[in-house]
Design a protein around this ligand. Structure first.
Ligand code: SAM
Length: 225
């Protein structure tokens, strides 16, 4: 959808990262293709650019991180995207996962609470030519109601509870992926809304460590956000 025909000197590093993710169990070919395509080095500060294609979380400023590629790829796999979906991301951060989503889904809506991060992400995503995504600054625990329902919602920050507005904004059969737990330790869970829209099924996936989701249906605000 964007970043078409990108020619840079990092292609070999992206291939290595794809190989590493495959070795760690990522099987979804659309996700691997997106990782092979999106220039992660453009989403991280100069000071850590040499580490851009390591399978590691990296600082992006404002006390936040770009998540580990394996965690992002696993979240994308769990979203089961075919290219036709409307997706909500909570926690734009650097915008890297937003780009991966834009490669794998039809339309992407992404909310970030820190204006400077949202603006920086917008700049890179525009530079790469993505047209199928919209960004907003605000409290993503409230979702983005005017564009709901979403076939998939990915939350990229740790929440103490499953935010009710996000479940309400899922399509019947929709998937919500989020790290659930305390500020220090979480389990990534897959929440699937029943096809008839009534209940949800919650399945634990793996142990993870994310920065906190700060908002009305997340943690209370504080210096460590
Ligand atoms: N997916 C991002 C990437 O590829 O760079 C990484 C996201 S980072 C781990 C988590 C982000 O969630 C931070 O940028 C943080 O500011 C943001 N965040 C925390 N609480 C939020 C909220 N209530 N609404 C929107 N964004 C929030």
């Amino acid at each position: 959808m964007g970043a078409r025909g990108l020619a840079d000197s990092y292609g070999g590093y992206r291939t290595q990262l794809v190989n590493e993710l495959q070795a760690k169990g990522i099987r979804d070919l659309a996700v691997l293709k997106a990782v092979a395509h999106v220039p992660r080095h453009l989403f991280v500060p100069e000071s850590v650019r040499h580490r851009a294609y390591q399978d590691a979380a990296l600082p992006i400023g404002a006390g936040q991180t770009i998540s580990q590629p394996w965690v992002q790829a696993r979240s994308l796999e769990l979203a089961r995207l075919t290219g036709r979906e409307r997706v909500l991301e909570v926690g734009t951060g650097s915008g890297y996962q937003t780009a991966l989503l834009a490669e794998c889904a039809d339309q992407v809506f992404s909310v970030e609470r820190i204006p400077a991060l949202s603006q920086a992400a917008r700049n890179v995503l525009q530079q790469l030519g993505y047209r199928n995504l919209s960004l907003m600054t605000g409290d993503g625990t409230l979702g983005w109601r005017p564009y709901a329902p979403y076939d998939a919602i990915i939350v990229a920050a740790a929440s103490p509870e499953i935010p009710k507005p996000l479940v309400e904004q899922l399509s019947p059969g929709g998937r919500l992926i989020l790290p659930l737990g305390t500020r220090d330790s979480q389990t990534m869970v897959l929440v699937t809304r029943d096809p008839n829209g009534d209940g949800t099924r919650v399945e634990p996936v793996s142990d993870v460590r994310f920065v906190p989701l700060i908002g009305q249906f997340g943690f209370a605000g504080g210096a460590s956000s």
